[in-house]
Design a binder for this molecule. Structure first.
Ligand SMILES: NC(=O)c1ccc[n+]([C@@H]2O[C@H](COP(=O)([O-])OP(=O)(O)OC[C@H]3O[C@@H](n4cnc5c(N)ncnc54)[C@H](OP(=O)(O)O)[C@@H]3O)[C@@H](O)[C@H]2O)c1
Length: 407
């Protein structure tokens, strides 16, 4: 390629507008590092622009529409036409990764998507390129800024999930329809992408088990504070028993954990392997300007060199029954024998208790416990048995805990 790098921009909303401005501002700097000056030669919006014309006049197509329809069709058409593609669209890559990577390979072009996971934090590049020589065993972190903001505010103010969600929407940290963020689907899509790259195996959204934060109660956060815990929505992708496990769930962390201090709308991703021990990357996970920076960074990578090879090996088995530690919140009647009966159920299911806090009296009596690691099936069996005990005043509440303490 010689002359200016012609960019066809699909979508000019929050990220697209910021990208448009950033290209104007940084074109000279990009030309200095890559040898070519980027130039936006066409823009497609709902009401404006013609895709065929934009495609014909572009070397690189930047997709910032979002969703899968019509984004999937446009991206496939661009790759098939021999155009490089940059996208920030996590749902597109998580749901249609196989066919997109194949189309890029067949077309001999690059498909880059740094902004699809953790916004401006360069986790994709680090996993695909910097750490390509090591076998990663685990990738995990906080990949949704909306939920991290909500959980941070709930812990600080004692307000309910619903109250904090409204505040997050007012501040622009949550969308008008927050379902994908608070329900865990957004983080699940990002973890599917990270797992695919880290373990070199096809991973789709259906392989990821996920839970959100809508059931978290303010008193869970208050009691957890007493136990030295803070709550995050975590995505965890790891190798397990010859297969992989990819999950998203709310989770308590002990104070010394590297992810415990990540507050507000920030993201952080940790990668682990025996060779590197662990590396933590953190920073802004969203916002027009931050995300546009990652998108333009991908354009620079395309102009500067070779594509990272998407080595997708055999499909690894998805392991669902994993072991976890749990926090357990029981609202109980205030009478003798309660603790012994709870301990009996836990003991019969092979669950050992790490710490217990007893709070309140009479109609406010509660037991708040943290368990040691146990197979999740055994824990959920115990939970069902506990729910049936006649002194239980409400359905028991359980939240996972990462037991490791980092000092
Ligand atoms: N916002 C963030 O902080 C952030 C962070 C990381 C990743 N992302 C990802 O970046 C992408 C863009 O997000 P955004 O927040 O910029 O979205 P947005 O503000 O809703 O903008 C979407 C743009 O796409 C255009 N568009 C929508 N449907 C279209 C269609 N059928 N045909 C042509 N154009 C269409 C819209 O056109 P009109 O202008 O005519 O409405 C608008 O310009 C998404 O994949 C998102 O997940 C966003």
């Amino acid at each position: 390629m010689t002359g200016p790098a012609r960019i066809g921009l699909l979508g000019k909303g929050t990220v697209g507008s910021a990208f448009h401005d950033l290209v104007a501002e940084r074109a000279g700097a990009v030309a200095e590092v890559s040898g070519r000056r980027p130039e936006i030669t066409g823009v497609l919006r709902r009401s404006d622009g013609d895709f065929e014309e934009i495609l014909a006049g572009a070397d690189i197509v930047v997709e910032l529409i979002g969703g899968t329809d019509p984004a999937r069709d446009y991206v496939l058409r661009a790759l098939e036409a021999g155009k490089h593609v940059v996208t920030a669209n996590k749902q597109l890559v998580a749901q249609h990764g196989d066919e997109l990577f194949e189309a890029a390979r067949a077309g001999g072009v690059q498909l880059r998507f740094e902004a699809a996971v953790a916004g401006a934090v360069p986790v994709i590049r680090v996993i695909q390129e910097s750490l390509a020589a090591t076998e990663l065993t685990k990738v995990f972190g906080i990949v949704n800024g909306t939920t991290n903001f909500i959980l941070t505010e709930m812990a600080k103010t004692g307000a309910s999930f619903e109250e904090v969600l409204v505040r997050a929407q007012e501040l622009g940290y949550a969308e008008a329809d927050p379902t994908d963020d608070v329900g865990g689907a957004d983080a699940a899509a990002k973890m599917a992408i990270l797992a695919r790259l880290a373990f070199g195996t096809p991973v789709g959204l259906a392989d990821v088990s996920y839970e959100g934060i809508t059931d978290i109660q303010p008193d869970d956060l208050a009691y957890a504070k007493e136990l030295g815990l803070s709550l995050k929505l975590l995505g965890v992708a790891e190798r397990r028993r010859g297969g992989i496990s990819v999950r998203v769930f709310p989770c308590f962390l002990y104070g010394g954990h590297p992810l415990a201090p990540i507050e507000g709308p920030f993201n952080a991703v940790m990668v682990e392997s025996p060779a590197i021990t662990e590396i933590t990357m953190s920073g802004p996970g969203a916002g027009g300007a931050a995300t546009a920076t990652a998108v333009l960074g991908d354009v620079v990578s395309i102009l500067s060199g070779e594509a990272p090879v998407h080595v997708t090996g055999e499909r690894l088995e998805v392991v669902r029954d994993v072991a976890s530690s749990f926090y357990l919140h029981l609202e109980v009647a205030d009478r003798p024998g309660v603790l012994a009966a709870v301990a009996d159920v836990l003991g019969r299911n092979g669950i050992s208790v790490r710490s217990v806090v007893q709070r309140g009296t009479g109609h406010d009596a509660r037991l708040v416990m943290v368990m040691h690691q146990t197979p999740e099936d055994a824990f959920y069996t115990a939970l069902e048995e506990l729910a049936k005990l006649d002194f239980m005043r409400a359905t028991p509440r359980a939240i996972r805990v990462i037991e490791e303490e980092f000092n």
